[in-house]
Each structure stands twice: as C-alpha cells, then as structure tokens.
Design a protein around this ligand. Structure first.
Ligand code: FES
Length: 165
C-alpha cells in the first residue's frame, strides 16, 4: 500500500468528495491489514478536497473502519437480538477457542481479528459471522473451526464453506 495506490483508488471515484466512504473502504481493503493509516487519510483529504477533520469523522463514526492495523481476516460476529437468541454468545466462545485470542484481539501472525457487529440482514440464517463482504450462517462449532483454520492458512474461499447469503 503506497501513495500511488491511494491516488488510483481516489481517481477510480473521480476524486469525488461524495464518494469519501467508498474511497476509504477501498483503501482499507487494499491495506492488507483492514485499516486506514493516518498518512492515507491525509492523502484522501487532499485528493478529494475534504477537510481532514471530516475524513476522521467518518473513520471514527463508522464501526467498520479502523485507524489501527487489524488482522488480514476481520471476523465480525453478529450480536444483535435475533442472532443473540440463536446462541451468538456460544459462537464467540467457539471463535475465541479456535483462534486462541479474545474478542477485539488480533492473532500474533496478523491473520485474524475478532470483532462484534450488529445485524447484517441475514437473521434467518443466524447465528452469523461476517468475514470481509461474506456472511457465514447457521454457525456451529465445526463450521467455526473450519472458518478459523482456513483464515489461519490464508485460504478462505467461499467454496470451502459456502457463503449462505
Ligand atoms: S441479527 Fe444477526 S444477522 Fe440479523
């Protein structure tokens, strides 16, 4: 991730200030560590002609953004009521055990960060977890172990555990 990549991403949106969130999301995805570095926020502010304070407002307001490096795979476990009633608490335990870390921590190899999220609109297949843009539902202990194993091995593919949404 470098200045050129930031420039290319912003250009892809025509340096349009209305596309601030989309630009920041793409930068975060391209970072490889699921975050937006301060220097990239600076660059976006200049390229889109948006005050730096507004860029940081967006980065701090939306839970999906981070200004600190996170794991290559951000695993977000839904904690909203419908999933909660489908034993989402147990799902957290399974992820923590399989990954060997607690919630809001990143594995030492930088592969996985465990996090909470609110409803992803897939309540009918709860309990669910989001990894990147994909939603994995009807989670049980075996599926969680498989997901974590695939993330740690760097080969999470939809076909290894089909996205059900
Ligand atoms: S409550 Fe979890 S996806 Fe809706």
């Amino acid at each position: 991730m470098n200045e050129d990549t930031v420039k290319k991403i912003a250009q892809g949106y025509g340096n349009d200030p209305q596309q601030l969130i989309a630009v920041l999301l793409d930068i975060q995805a391209a970072s490889g560590k699921n975050y937006v570095d301060r220097k990239w926020a600076d660059e976006v502010s200049k390229l889109l002609d948006v005050p730096l304070s507004k860029v940081f407002d967006v980065l701090t307001f939306y839970a999906m953004f981070s200004t600190k490096p996170r794991g290559e795979y951000l695993i977000e476990i839904c904690q909203s009521a419908p999933c909660h009633f489908c034993d989402a608490k147990q799902v957290i335990n399974w992820f923590e055990t399989a990954a060997g870390i607690k919630m809001d921590e990143t594995s030492t190899d930088g592969k996985i960060t465990l996090s909470r999220t609110s409803c992803a609109g897939a309540c009918e297949i709860g309990p669910i977890a989001k990894i990147g843009d994909d939603v994995y539902g009807n989670l049980d202990e075996e599926k969680v172990k498989t997901l974590v194993k695939n993330c740690l091995e760097g080969n999470l593919k939809k076909e290894t555990l089909p996205c059900q949404k």
